[in-house]
Design a binder for this molecule. Sequence first.
Ligand SMILES: C[S@@+](CC[C@H](N)C(=O)[O-])C[C@H]1O[C@@H](n2cnc3c(N)ncnc32)[C@H](O)[C@@H]1O
Length: 298
Amino acid sequence: MPESKVEVNRENPSKMAEGMAMHRFGESAKPEDERICYDPYAVHFINPEYIEFGIKHPEEAKARIEAMEKIFVGLSSSVVARVRYFDDFTEKSIDDGTEQLVILGAGYDTRAYRIERLKNIKVFEVDHPNTQSFKIQKIKEAFGSVHDHVVYVPVDFEKETFGQKLFEEGYTSSKKTLFIMEGLTMYIPPKAVADTLKFIVGNSGKGSAVIFDYYPESVVDGTCNLEIAKNIRNFLIQQGEPLQFGIKEDKIEDFLTEFGFSNVQNVTSEDYKKAYFHGVNENRDVCELLYFAHAVVE
Ligand SMILES: C[S@@+](CC[C@H](N)C(=O)[O-])C[C@H]1O[C@@H](n2cnc3c(N)ncnc32)[C@H](O)[C@@H]1O
């Protein structure tokens, strides 16, 4: 796949990271028995003007959300299902003895603060310095200080590799490790995805795992004819955070086994709809283009 010629703008904190926090905030405001995921800290990473607008002009805010839902049918539900699936996977990995967590493209991920059992596990958060410095500032405002078990590792995946920096921060390659890439692979070049997967296979303990999400390659290169695919692609170009990487349809298993992973699991929108969308959520659309995948290092 040719690498994107579209301009990438990472001078400011990632708008997409803020957008993901907004999805989590919106879902978390619902009653406990209606929400798909819960992140009580997402609010700290959203421009307060957006929240004030929602309070002062609830009808207009609702109309704006509905307009976005028409352009990106089901995407918001797929994003909150992703949060829930990755949370459940993290909990299960802790049950199975994970000793280290590396969150790549962490953005405003708050798992290190909201998943109680992670407080006994070292968490490395890797992200672009311009997003990460904003996050650290907000974490300090919300919690007083950054917690000791969380290590922040600033890296631009387009310009540098993260391995050496992780080791310098105390990462141990013999430990059983979970690597999370949530909302990341599509935003970085194919080589950065490949280098990351190679690092994981070559530098983590037996039974380590990776979990990530992806779009089909046709969404990224613009050949997918679905309207939502074009809308996602064009919107991200406008935002300065263009899609750069996707995986060929039905090829996830080949893709990951070539790197040396085993036990590859592909999770489709049908799978996560069936797992999480019941009762009042039964009729919510999800986006068929967003897939999750996980695999193990033997
Ligand atoms: C869509 S956000 C997802 C954030 C978070 N994982 C979540 O799900 O809420 C994408 C994240 O990838 C990071 N990212 C994108 N390109 C990057 C790069 N070249 N180097 C480092 N981080 C990058 C952005 O800073 C942003 O935090």
